[in-house]
Ligand binder design. Structure first.
Ligand SMILES: [Zn+2]
Length: 326
């Protein structure tokens, strides 16, 4: 037998309710969360914690796809079923559409996916091209990153850049260099998965700096508090990047709570957990805050192409008299 403590460290993060008056009434926007991989319990916990809107970037699903048709269905689900499911819990759902870096390494497939993208990137609720960029920093990753930057520029859409976990500093610098070479204005580029090593240069060069709060490892929320203390709020945003791995869909409100406990002002907390993401991705012209700032009507008896989020015998939640959900 081994690893008693390890098992505890690696346990899944349950979306338990955040029981604190300190952040009650605050609104949160999670600009990077893969809800397709999450459950209705997660949606409920996120809504209860004050998350009113989110962005779901298209990404790698954990194993390589074998044909372009599965990309069509995936992109369609982000615009259709997942948006519906999110709305059933009172959370406004946006997405970014793109060919992720890992699958850019299958050139034949990548060519087919590139041909699909123009059919999706102009749809309502698509707030950028993403998440794109480098994984292993290969030539093919660079080729499709450049092509998608050109696509974003032509479409006047922001870009959500995934930076590599290995050799991060070099990969982040290269991602910014290439974005500039392709004619992107840094104010239209959100560099994601930053850490203490990358943040200064990203901000100095005029890009947005997004931080993924990973439970237990990498970028924890204690470290995020220190970064905000050092650099302030300008062009910084936090996200959960919760997906099919060990991750926490409540990372944004939990970080806000920790910031509040550590004496960071409400104005700074609001900027990094809500406003900055809206400003950055709002450059797409696709975000109208009146859609979510006052809550919206939930009617769980609604269906999407004949499917409901309810299971047999469950009573739908229907808000009749008020559009305020709490
Ligand atoms: Zn992601």
């Amino acid at each position: 037998m081994c690893c008693g403590n390890k098992a505890i460290e690696n346990r899944a993060v349950l979306p338990e309710a955040i029981d604190s008056e300190l952040i009650k009434g605050m609104l949160f926007f999670d600009p990077h969360v893969h809800m397709t991989s999450r459950t209705t319990d997660d949606y409920q916990a996120m809504a209860d914690a004050g998350i009113v809107a989110l962005i779901e970037p298209s990404f790698w699903l954990g194993q390589p796809r074998t044909n372009a048709g599965t990309f069509t269905d995936y992109y369609s689900s982000l615009l259709g079923w997942e948006r519906f499911r999110s709305g059933q819990f009172g959370i406004k759902h946006y997405c970014t559409i793109g060919l992720n870096s890992r699958e850019a390494n299958n050139e034949a497939l990548a060519e087919e996916v590139m041909a699909l993208l123009p059919k999706f990137i102009y749809k309502e609720g698509v707030v950028g091209i993403g998440e794109i960029g480098f994984d292993d920093q290969t030539a093919l990753e660079e080729k499709y990153y450049r092509l998608q930057l050109q696509m974003a520029k032509d479409a006047a859409l922001p870009v959500q850049v995934h930076t590599p976990h290995r050799d991060k500093k070099k990969g982040t610098q290269r991602s910014m260099d290439i974005a500039v070479e392709e004619g992107m204005d840094p104010s239209m580029v959100i560099i994601d998965h930053n850490n203490e090593e990358t943040v200064e240069e990203v901000l100095n060069r005029g890009f947005w700096a997004a931080f993924t709060i990973y439970p237990f490892t990498k970028m924890g929320n204690e470290r995020m508090v220190e970064i905000v203390k050092k650099y302030g709020a300008e062009r910084i945003m936090v996200n959960s990047a919760a997906d099919w791995g060990i991750s926490d869909p409540l990372a944004v409100p939990k970080t806000a709570l920790l910031m509040k406990q550590k004496g960071i002002s409400d104005a700074v907390i609001k900027a990094v957990t809500y406003t900055n993401a809206i400003t950055a991705f709002g450059q797409s012209g696709q975000i109208d805050t009146t859609d979510f700032e006052n809550g919206f009507m939930i009617n769980q008896s609604e269906k999407f192409e004949n499917n409901s989020v309810l299971r047999g015998g469950q009573q739908p939640r229907i808000d009749k008299s008020s559009i305020i959900i709490k």
